[in-house]
Design a protein around this ligand. Structure first.
Ligand code: NDP
Length: 294
């Protein structure tokens, strides 16, 4: 954004840790900002930085064409906007939710005469601000996204991922779910060395480098899921990996470590192999993904 970009007014409902970070960035970038928060002290703390503090959600919504929500969950969005006239408003919902909640909330907003954009924030409050590294997935009204893009890009990068209002949440949750598996594996690794003469800080760079090297699986799996070819060019086949998984489980037992974080994935590989050892034994592990969809 350059200095000639118009700063259209913004209303922000919700000033928790994330909402406050967004508010401070918009204020620093010169946007006229109206804020409301259930606990009014958090809103009043922003008044000295130039925010207009609304006495009610209705007053806040009336103040700007662009209304951003950053509340705890979808139920709080429903509670805060209940009974408020949204005709002609552009609603941007940065509250974390499921894809279904995003779609339902979009239909709900449109039925009240508002355009709707759902957002999934990829970053923590300290990653909000120019160059701080955070970004937001957006989906829903393309027209809304295009009109308000400069304002949306002020606090964090903006990636539009389609007009299906559920797709921002789906991208957000896909990335967070992958992170769960990553953190689970890292946690298991540190538990294995606990009590041994290996310092966590010495294992850390080895873990980082190894996980980086294994990052090739992300793109590799995407290609295989597209081509449905799970066997060409496989270097570490499923039969070998299932056999090796016994070593992972026995080592955990030797070290007195629960296998609860890694066993489900190893079990999935075993099930894929067992279903048809002759044809699946030469696959990589991508084929196991096909067992997950219910
Ligand atoms: P906080 O818990 O710090 O703040 C929650 C906000 O929601 C507060 O403003 C709170 O008001 C308000 N709220 C909760 N329930 C209600 C209700 N029933 N009616 C009115 N207001 C309500 O959360 P964050 O600010 O950290 O997170 C906000 C959103 O951003 C969440 O959906 C979260 O998942 C998402 N997010 C957060 C990240 C983070 O690292 N913090 C990262 C990515 C996304 P009050 O102050 O009165 O309690």
């Amino acid at each position: 954004m350059n200095d000639n970009t118009p700063r259209n007014p913004i209303t922000l409902l919700g000033l928790g840790d994330m909402g406050t970070a967004l508010a401070r960035t918009w204020l620093a970038a010169g946007y006229p900002l109206t804020v409301w928060n259930r606990t009014s002290a958090k809103a009043e703390a922003l008044a000295s930085d130039g925010a207009a503090v609304a006495a009610s959600p209705a007053e806040a919504v009336a103040a700007s064409p662009l209304v951003v929500l950053c509340l705890l969950d979808d139920a709080s969005v429903e509670a805060v906007l209940d009974g408020i006239d949204l005709t002609g408003k552009d609603l941007v919902n940065l509250t974390t939710g499921t894809p279904s909640e995003g779609r339902t909330r979009a239909a709900w907003a449109e039925a009240r005469g508002a355009r709707f954009l759902d957002g999934g924030i990829m970053g923590t409050p300290s990653m909000i601000g120019p160059g701080a590294g955070g970004y937001v997935f957006y989906s829903g009204s393309r027209a809304l996204f295009d009109v308000h893009r400069p304002a949306l890009e002020a606090p964090a990068g903006a990636r539009f991922v389609g007009e299906d209002a559920g797709h921002a949440a789906l991208h957000d949750v896909a990335l967070l779910s992958a992170m769960c598996g990553l953190f689970a594996g890292i946690s298991h690794a540190y538990a294995l060395i606990e009590g041994e003469d290996i310092a966590p800080k010495d294992l850390a760079p080895l873990l980082s480098a190894w996980l980086g090297a294994m990052g090739f699986f992300v793109g590799n799996a995407a290609e295989r899921l597209t081509s449905r070819d799970f066997t060409s060019g496989v270097e570490s086949n499923l039969a070998m990996q299932v056999a090796a998984s016994g070593t992972l489980l026995r080592t955990a037992a030797e070290q007195g470590v629960s296998t609860e974080l890694i066993a489900p994935y190893l079990e999935l590989m075993r099930r894929r192999l067992e279903a048809d050892p002759a044809s699946h034994g030469g696959e990589d592990t991508t084929g196991a993904i096909t067992l997950l969809k219910r």
